[in-house]
Design a protein around this ligand. Structure first.
Ligand SMILES: O=c1ccn([C@@H]2O[C@H](COP(=O)(O)OP(=O)(O)O[C@H]3O[C@H](CO)[C@@H](O)[C@H](O)[C@H]3O)[C@@H](O)[C@H]2O)c(=O)[nH]1
Ligand SMILES: O=C(O)[C@H](O)COP(=O)(O)O
Length: 302
C-alpha cells in the first residue's frame, strides 16, 4: 500500500498525535545535509507530517552538526543530552538520548549515511505504524545495494543482516524469520514502546528492540513496510565483524526472554591480518535501562 503524506498528516491531526524524526549521525558530513534538507522541505515545510526533525550528533569530529543545522534540523550533541546520565559512544546511545529531547508520540529513525533513498521512507514507516493500533514497531525493508571495492554493483548488500542477524533469528526466534531487514536503520516505533525497553548503546539497538518488542507484544506488535531500494556508505569487513560480535552478545542476552545483564568487561574480538598481526577490538556492550525509569525523563513529553 502507498501512503500519502497529506492524508497521514490529516489523520495524525485528527488523533492529536505527532511524529519526531531522529537521525543519528557520526561523521556524516557528506550525506547528512541531503537527508535533512529533503525531509525538511517535503515533510516539515510542504506537508506538516513531521513535527520535529532532530539530528543527534554522535561524537562527530567533522562538520556534521553544522551542516545538519544549516539544512534545517534541530541538532543535539548526544553527550550533552541528559548529561547527568553520562555518555557512551554509539548509535544506540544516540537513539536512547533522543527520547529526552523529542516529544513525538511516534518516533521515526533514519540513518544519516543514505545515498539512495527518499522521503517515502518516513511516510511509509508512519503509515504502517499508524495503520493498526496493535503495531508498536515497524521495520523498513528494501533492496540492499552493495557497491564496494570496485566490484560490480549488486543487491547483495546487508552482509551482517544476511550472514548473522537473519540466521540467528531464524534459529532462536523463528517467528521473526519473516522480517526481511531486521537491522534496517529506517524504522519507527511508538514512544510508549521506546521508553519502556533497554537499549544497547552500540549497533545492537535494532536487533534488541525487535526481539524485545516480540517478547512483550508478540508478532502483532511488529509490522514491516516495503520502501523500495536503499544504498548507504559501507563499512569494512573487520568493522562489520565487531558489529556482528555485538549483535550476537545482545541476542544471546535475550534468549531467555527479558534481557539479562551482559558481562561488558569480557567482550573483545581478536582480528588478524598478515600486514598488522593481531589486533584487539573492544565490543561495545553497555545497555541503557528504559528511559522512562530515568531521573529527568520528560514524563510529560507527550
Ligand atoms: O557511533 C555511532 C555509529 C554510527 N552512528 C550513525 O548510525 C547510522 C548507522 O550507522 P552505520 O555505521 O552506517 O551502520 P551500518 O553499517 O549501516 O549498519 C546497519 O546495521 C546496524 C546494526 O543493526 C544498524 O544500526 C544500521 O542502521 C544499519 O544500517 C549512521 O547514520 C551513523 O552515522 C552513530 O550515530 N553513532
Ligand atoms: O545492514 C547490514 O547488514 C550492514 O549494514 C552491512 O551492510 P552492507 O553489506 O550493505 O555494507
Amino acid at each position: 500500500m502507498d501512503f500519502v503524506a497529506e492524508d497521514l498528516a490529516a489523520l495524525l491531526r485528527e488523533r492529536h498525535q505527532t511524529v519526531s524524526v531522529v537521525i543519528p549521525a557520526r561523521n556524516e558530513a557528506a550525506t547528512v545535509g541531503d537527508v535533512v534538507s529533503v525531509l525538511r522541505r517535503q515533510l516539515v515545510d510542504d506537508v506538516q507530517l513531521v513535527s520535529e526533525l532532530v539530528v543527534v550528533d554522535s561524537d562527530s569530529t567533522d562538520e556534521t552538526a553544522a551542516i545538519a543545522a544549516d539544512a534545517g534540523a534541530i541538532v543535539h550533541r548526544s553527550a550533552d543530552i541528559a548529561s547527568h546520565l553520562g555518555s557512551h559512544p554509539g548509535k544506540g546511545e544516540a537513539l536512547w538520548k533522543s527520547l529526552f529531547v523529542t516529544t513525538g508520540d511516534h518516533l521515526v529513525f533514519v540513518d544519516a549515511d543514505l545515498t539512495s533513498w527518499g522521503p517515502h521512507f518516513v511516510t511509509g514507516l508512519v503509515g504502517a505504524l499508524t495503520a493498526d493500533p496493535a503495531t508498536q514497531l515497524v521495520k523498513g525493508w528494501y533492496d540492499r545495494v552493495l557497491d564496494v571495492d570496485g566490484r560490480p554493483k549488486s543487491t547483495e548488500g546487508g552482509r551482517v543482516t544476511e550472514l548473522v542477524a537473519r540466521p540467528v533469528l531464524d534459529l532462536w526466534w523463528p517467528d521473526l524469520a519473516g522480517v526481511v531487514q531486521p537491522l534496517a536503520g529506517e524504522w519507527a516505533a511508538t514512544r510508549a514502546l521506546m521508553e519502556s525497553i533497554s537499549v544497547p548503546t552500540g549497533y545492537g539497538v535494532e536487533i534488541a528492540s525487535l526481539i524485545d518488542t516480540h517478547t512483550r507484544h508478540g508478532l502483532d506488535g511488529i509490522a514491516q513496510v516495503d520502501l523500495g531500494a536503499r544504498a548507504h556508505r559501507h563499512q569494512k569487513d573487520h568493522d562489520l565483524a565487531v558489529m556482528a560480535a555485538e549483535l550476537l552478545a545482545v541476542v544471546d542476552s535475550r534468549r531467555a526472554g527479558e534481557p539479562r545483564p551482559i558481562d561488558v568487561a569480557a567482550q573483545e574480538l581478536q582480528q588478524f591480518t598478515r600486514e598488522d598481526g593481531w589486533r584487539t577490538r573492544p565490543v561495545p556492550l553497555v545497555q541503557r535501562p528504559p528511559a522512562r525509569e530515568q531521573v529527568g525523563y520528560p514524563a510529560g513529553a507527550r
